[in-house]
Design a protein around this ligand. Structure first.
Ligand code: GAR
Length: 195
């Protein structure tokens, strides 16, 4: 199985869906570390209760590159081979991204390339979009940029608020992310196996 590290900043519901999918015997990845820039992240307790190793350090007061070296050391110590950002709400240094080139996935709550950054649901409603959704993409140094590997769509309904739309999209995130991660992990394992 491919060794995955999940990075979170808060609730961790996407991380939970990634952990749940990892319980299947034929899942091509295993989660070996959940790491956070926020020691108070609710998701840490959830992972810990399930016996997954956790690491947390408060990023405040640290330079971005300095903090990224710290989290990088934790990921490498756990022999992580691929990273899944799951509500990791901090821009990564280009040094970090370059050193994990092509091996960091992120989930973003919009149909990229639309609505990079924050407040994606409010912006989709404001624009009068008929559809919203989520995207899993490979992380590059630019925010919410990089090749999209999977997307899921939901309708925007009359009377939607950012909260009701977020809830509809989040259900799709929980389905999409484990599947996309499994596909990427399987591809890496496949590329390694002798012909
Ligand atoms: C998710 O909706 C995720 O797509 C979004 O934050 C939420 C985290 O929820 N990520 C971003 O906005 C990244 N820019 P979770 O902690 O329950 O997975």
């Amino acid at each position: 199985k491919l060794r995955v590290g999940v990075m979170i900043s808060g609730r961790g519901s996407n991380m939970a869906s990634i952990l749940a999918a990892a319980e299947a015997q034929d899942c091509p990845y295993e989660v070996v570390l959940v790491a956070s820039n926020n020691p108070e992240a609710a998701g840490l307790g959830f992972a810990d209760e399930r016996g997954v190793a956790i690491w947390a350090h408060d990023h405040r007061g640290m330079k971005r590159a300095e903090f990224d070296r710290l989290i990088d050391a934790a990921l490498r110590a756990a022999n992580v081979e691929m990273i899944a950002l799951a509500g990791y709400m901090r821009l990564l240094s280009s040094e970090f991204v370059e050193s994990w080139k092509g091996r960091i996935l992120n989930i973003h709550p919009s149909l990229l390339p639309k609505y990079k950054g924050l407040d994606t649901h409010a912006r989709a409603i404001e624009a009068g979009d008929a559809e919203a959704g989520c995207s899993v993409h490979i992380v590059t140094p630019e925010l919410d940029d990089g090749p999209v590997v999977a997307q899921a769509r939901v309708p925007v309904l009359a009377g939607d608020t950012p909260e009701t739309l977020a809830e509809r999209v989040l259900k799709e995130e929980h389905r999409l992310y484990p599947a996309a991660l499994a596909k990427c992990a399987a591809d890496v394992l496949q590329s390694r196996s002798p012909a």
